[in-house]
Design a protein around this ligand. Sequence first.
Ligand code: ATP
Length: 216
Amino acid sequence: MTEPLGLFGGTFDPVHFGHLRLAEEAIGNLGLGGVRWIPAGQPPHRGAPQVTGQQRLEMVLRSTAGNARFSVDASEVEAAAPSYTVHTLERLRDEIGLDRPLVLLVGADAFAGLPTWHRWRDLFDLAHIAVAQRPGFPVAAGSLPPELAAEFTTRLSDTAGLQLAPAGGIVTFTMTQLAISATRLRELLATGKSVRYLLPDGVLDYINLYQLYKSP
Ligand code: ATP
């Protein structure tokens, strides 16, 4: 069977080293053939409406360009309407076929919110889910909403399970714990404070060039 392909969605507003380490460590820890980054289209405005989807995409392109195992899917940013993850996965299944294992990568905070996603139970027919530990967000059935805790307990698998089926399992993985969030980066940038060493220099150059995340 072909190596599983990781899929990593997010607003990446902006992309930072927490994201990059998650994707990099997922490849090593889960035996993925690569990770396809999927920046979301039109996020809810969260204090930085001046940053467009194209600009978030550009920052992801800049920060992933040097890694041959990373690729970027611009379809959600380029879509006219907001895309749901389940629709993106259906499209990818059409493209990739039914056999290759797909692994949706999420941080622990995003995983806990899964039951709010459109048709969330259908995601398990389309992909596995790999949950990265993130500072402040425990991954345990007891700390999840009950309907998700039930799926978690039933579907929890070890990493080897990702190769055995194209979809349907849940795995957790450890990664270097980095308490970096895009929210915090936007706050620092809005108040003129340094974000250096929290994200790639190429992303910082782009932010400075276009004066992104400055308070109006
Ligand atoms: P925001 O603060 O704007 O909500 P964020 O930093 O959480 O942003 P997103 O683009 O929302 O970034 O996250 C994309 C994915 O990356 C999510 O699954 C999220 O859980 C995960 N993620 C983001 N930062 C980290 C981190 N420091 N450690 C582990 N996972 C992370």
